[in-house]
Design a protein around this ligand. Structure first.
Ligand code: ZN
Ligand code: ZN
Ligand code: ZN
Length: 345
């Protein structure tokens, strides 16, 4: 590759510590194979980038300049304009098409070919940040029993959780409060339903702390367990433990999924585990590696991902247990440590 082109988003933040707003004005980091990187950006955003200490030469364009022409000129200096250009996977189509039209001799490949390798194995500082985010969300889950009472709505509980997450995170990424039948929809957020005695409640919450994400699910019951839930939850705990125990360097990503799924299938709940076992996590909530059947990626020390099997019973309740884990030289470490059984509130 002769140059890497990166627009606003996690990749840009990872490379130059600058959080550029994703807008109709072009912001594009150019990383040549040799030489200094340059950040082409709107003049009005230059102070923001300078303040962030963006690790690149700033090439600011004024409102009447053509930023694409600036990119082309810069690439021409190294001959990259007729070379292979790796373009960030999530650059907006309007920019990608304009660049392709202005650079007809270039060959285009996905930027993830570079970024994936950089982001997949976390450095010690990143792992420490994931552990700190994990401790912060553990602390929020510790307070959930005080929030769950019959008569409160999911939204009221979610508002409290939002405030608690904010105490030790910079951003709240999502708050899922799935009570009773709503728990059977894994990405249900929070609605107007009021908690009732005998509800199972799935609480899945996450935020960003010092640039790294937390993501943790625990199950709670209001007053008493609904019928059949205890046995189901015991299976889920066993499955989640089996999957975490399977994590080690040299094991494939799909083997972790198999470890959880086998336990759930053998107990007769296979049809009700309707999603992959996990996803990678880091500066983004969802990133590689995907813990899913068919992914033969071999795990290595420094990879971080969720282990979150779930069992969903339509019209009645759902359940999911989620911890973030990090692959170590010898095995695995969890970032979340709260008890995993369903807590009666
Ligand atoms: Zn999810
Ligand atoms: Zn989650
Ligand atoms: Zn997750």
């Amino acid at each position: 590759m002769d140059a890497l082109l990166v627009g606003p988003g996690a990749d840009l933040r990872y490379l130059v510590d600058h959080e550029a707003p994703p807008l109709e004005r072009l912001t594009l980091l150019l990383v040549p194979r040799e030489g200094e990187p340059a950040l082409v950006l709107p003049q009005l955003e230059a102070p923001l980038a300078a303040e962030a200490g963006a690790h690149a030469e700033l090439l600011a364009w004024s409102e009447t300049q053509d930023p694409v022409a600036m990119v082309v000129d810069r690439l021409r200096e190294t001959g990259a304009h007729r070379g292979t250009l790796a373009v960030q996977d999530r650059l907006w189509t309007m920019f990608t098409l304009a660049l392709q039209e202005a650079l007809p001799e270039a060959r285009w490949v996905p930027g993830s070919r570079v970024m994936r390798e950089l982001r997949l194995r976390k450095e010690p500082g990143e792992i420490a940040a994931l552990h700190a985010a994990g401790a912060a969300i553990d602390h929020v889950h510790a307070q959930v029993p005080e929030l769950l009472r019959a008569g409160r709505t999911e939204r009221e509980v979610a508002a409290d959780l939002d405030a608690l997450i904010r105490e030790d995170h910079d951003v709240v990424n999502f708050v899922i409060v799935g009570s009773g039948p709503n728990g059977a929809s894994p990405h249900h957020e929070a609605g107007s339903r009021r908690l009732e005695k005998g509800d199972a409640v799935v609480i899945d919450i996450g935020g960003t702390r010092a640039g790294y994400c937390s993501d943790m699910t625990r199950d709670y019951v209001v007053g008493h367990e609904p019928y059949g839930y205890g046995a189901l939850h015991q299976v889920l705990e066993t499955a989640q433990q089996a999957a975490v125990d399977a994590v080690a360097p040299g094991v494939t990503a799909e083997a972790i999924d198999v470890a959880a799924r086998r336990v759930i299938e053998e107990a007769g709940y296979g049809d009700q585990f309707i999603h992959r076992t996990g996803h990678g996590i880091g500066i983004e909530e969802h990133e590689e590696p995907w813990i899913v059947a068919g992914n033969d990626l071999v795990l290595e020390a420094g990879m971080a991902f969720s282990v979150e099997p779930g069992i969903y019973v339509p019209d009645r309740y759902g359940s999911r247990i989620e911890d973030i884990v990090v692959v170590t030289e010898t095995g695995v470490e969890r970032c979340n440590h709260r008890p995993r059984h369903a807590i009666v509130c």
